[in-house]
Design a protein around this ligand. Structure first.
Ligand SMILES: [Mg+2]
Length: 260
């Protein structure tokens, strides 16, 4: 009697999980471009061990990106993925052909609609604080298909401490007044997420789809950041790269402001 093995799916974050920015890990002779900036410059690379790991994963498993990147930023990633992808912190599910999944889009339109005004207000408050403090930083509301998804702020000189202050002093009172909203910072990336925008919510939806199509599946979550932990916890197994925000936590080390 032959038994059929269930397919293995790896749900993986991208930045600092499958590849690293040149700023965080200087490219070496074995580095290959992995992601571009809007102007076409290479911003991130894979090194030899990262590619060996990726090749090994893709040989036997199906790799599904689960990223905070917008659709536009996801398309600047040079690795090729053939299946579905969760992008924009879970706000968007792309199908195998790269098109938005209509059922998830309709759901998220209902979920995110009521938060649009507050996201814009938060962005205005952040911009006012950036200006008042003379910070070399920027902030914007990320939209997909006309729908406000989340607010992002970054410091152009990678001053993570300045972003932590913005989080505490500007977003803190807003979070206290609006339950369900949450902020997340990993190094030079501060985000304000509205209720319902969550990588794990999108993965829950996708998992039910995949189980309907394939029956039993084996699932592995792979991520580097605290904001990945919830979606990883939905999976049978979890993996995290060493030297990252989650990696430090696993190792029992205190989070470092500049850890990936
Ligand atoms: Mg990451």
């Amino acid at each position: 009697m032959t038994t059929t093995r269930p397919p293995v799916f790896v749900f993986s974050d991208l930045d600092d999980t499958l590849f690293s920015s040149a700023r965080k890990r200087a490219p070496g002779p074995d580095s290959q471009p992995a992601a571009l900036l809007r102007n076409g410059d290479v911003v991130s690379y894979t090194n030899g061990p990262q590619r060996a790991f990726l090749d090994w994963l893709m040989r036997d498993a199906r790799l599904v990106p689960v990223t905070a990147r917008s659709i536009e930023a996801f398309r600047r990633v040079l690795l090729s993925f053939s299946g579905p992808a969760i992008v924009s912190f879970g706000g968007v599910l792309l199908d195998d052909t790269g098109r938005e999944d209509a059922e998830w889009a309709a759901h998220m339109a209902k979920v995110l609609g009521p938060s649009a005004l507050l996201l814009q207000e938060a962005c205005t408050l952040l911009q006012a604080a950036i200006d008042a403090r003379g910070l070399n930083a920027w902030t914007r509301v990320v939209h997909e298909g006309g729908l406000a998804q989340y607010v992002v702020a970054k410091h152009r000189e990678h001053d993570a401490g300045a972003l932590t202050q913005l989080d505490t002093e500007v977003l803190g009172p807003l979070l206290a007044a609006h339950p369900g909203f949450r902020s997340h910072q990993n190094a030079n990336n501060l985000a304000l997420l509205p209720p319902g925008l969550d990588k794990s919510a999108a993965l829950t939806f996708l998992l039910s789809r995949l189980r309907a199509a394939h029956g039993e599946i084996v699932t592995i979550g792979f991520g580097d950041s605290y904001s990945d932990a919830d979606f990883m916890a939905l999976c049978d197994y979890g993996m995290t790269p060493r030297g990252t925000q989650l990696g430090h936590r696993l190792a029992g080390q205190k989070e470092r402001a500049h850890a990936g």
